[in-house]
Design a protein around this ligand. Structure first.
Ligand code: SAM
Ligand code: DTB
Ligand code: SF4
Length: 337
């Protein structure tokens, strides 16, 4: 196998594949394997941990849109850039419930609510807790992404019954300062630690296609995989190039590099759900199919992400039919009705 020529010792098939001591060199060596070797290895592990024909289905809703004080160079919601976005204050619990019911009807099992905040105030959080309870009550898993959290805020969210908190590291520690100046990489790690400590499932991943190198992609996955516990959910986003942001005209990434990132995520965090997250609208069906072969087993389903477009549901249904993919039933159902 090509791994031999790279002079890197990979664990034998009998050793525990859940590791938290990945080196940068090992992560890079995974990326540098021949494509077919990499996909074969990822798919073999995928089958040890998951049914390869099942997808976890999440739907996203923006509950507070735009005017964000952070300067994330990829983000159409940052107040630092003129992106022509229609801004909106925190929406009502009723509107959230309406969207959650529609998502459930369409087949989603998890409902993710995103707010363009640096961090929520305690008053904001009260409102979000009401949303979490309402969504949980109709039998959907809940996820929120609200920016940085203090330790006690993570506890409050846990008490509301929240299942997942999404907080991405976005890129490698080395490349991070090229992308965001208003919060540090360590701020992000701290928030993720508070979420973990509160007993909420962690959803943490990043973005590919921001001008980063292969080494940066390896570094990002090394940070995620070497956390004391792997994030239960790992969203891998392809940058959606939003007009007006500093990254609006960044070069396209070779789709095979994106697929490699999915495969290396699957190998380094074999028991985690890996989400083929933002960017599907710009991907063809074959690229998406290869992402699923590489170990992606979750998607955002619904016509929009937070502020940008996602594939139409009918188009997704047709793709899943062609590939024989079916929805994954959540392990712990919140079903109350
Ligand atoms: N404001 C909160 C925060 O940043 O923590 C939560 C919402 S923010 C939109 C959640 C994540 O979405 C970001 O960390 C980033 O990884 C991803 N994201 C935002 N804009 C994106 C884009 N244009 N393309 C791909 N991913 C994006
Ligand atoms: C994540 O990793 N991707 C989602 C979610 N977490 C909240 C967000 C994608 C946003 C894409 C740009 C937009 O629609 O605004
Ligand atoms: Fe704000 Fe989140 Fe967008 Fe950064 S990614 S600008 S924190 S909404």
């Amino acid at each position: 196998m090509a791994t031999k020529s790279l002079n890197i010792e990979f664990p034998s098939p009998t050793s525990n594949p859940i590791r938290h001591n990945w080196t940068q060199e090992e992560a890079e060596a995974l990326f540098n394997q021949p494509f077919n070797d990499l996909l074969y290895r990822a798919q073999k592990l995928h089958r040890q941990f998951f049914n390869p024909n099942e997808l976890q289905i999440s739907t996203l809703l923006s509950i507070k849109t735009g005017s964000c004080p952070e300067d994330c160079a990829y983000c159409p919601q940052s107040a630092h850039y003129n992106t022509g976005l229609e801004k909106e204050k925190l929406i009502s619990v009723e509107r959230v419930l309406e969207a959650a019911n529609a998502a459930k009807e369409a087949g989603a099992t998890r409902f993710c609510m995103g707010a363009a905040w640096r961090r929520p105030t305690d008053k904001d959080l009260d409102q979000v807790c009401k949303m979490v309870k309402a969504v949980q009550n109709i039998g959907l898993e809940t996820c929120v992404t609200l920016g940085m959290l203090k330790e006690n805020q993570a506890k409050v969210l846990k008490e509301s019954g929240l299942d997942y908190y999404n907080h991405n590291i976005d890129t490698s520690e080395n490349y991070y300062s090229e992308i965001i100046s208003t919060r540090t990489f360590n701020d992000r790690i701290d928030t993720i630690s508070h979420v973990r400590k509160a007993g909420i499932n962690v959803c943490a991943g990043g973005i590919v296609g921001m001008g980063e190198s292969k080494e940066d992609r390896a570094g990002m996955l090394k940070t995620l995989a070497n956390m004391p516990s792997h994030p239960e959910s790992v969203p891998i986003n392809m940058l959606v190039r939003a007009p007006g942001t500093p990254l609006a005209n960044v070069n396209n990434v070779d789709p095979f590099e994106f697929i490699r990132t999915i495969a290396v995520s699957r190998i380094m965090m074999p028991g985690s759900i890996v989400r083929l997250s933002a960017g599907r609208n710009e991907m063809n069906d074959s690229t998406q199919a290869l992402c699923f072969l590489a170990g992606a087993n979750s998607i955002f389903y619904g016509d929009s992400l937070l502020t940008t477009e996602n594939p139409q549901m009918l188009q997704d249904q047709a793709l899943f039919d062609r590939l024989g993919l079916r929805p994954m039933v959540p392990k712990v159902a919140n079903e109350k009705d």
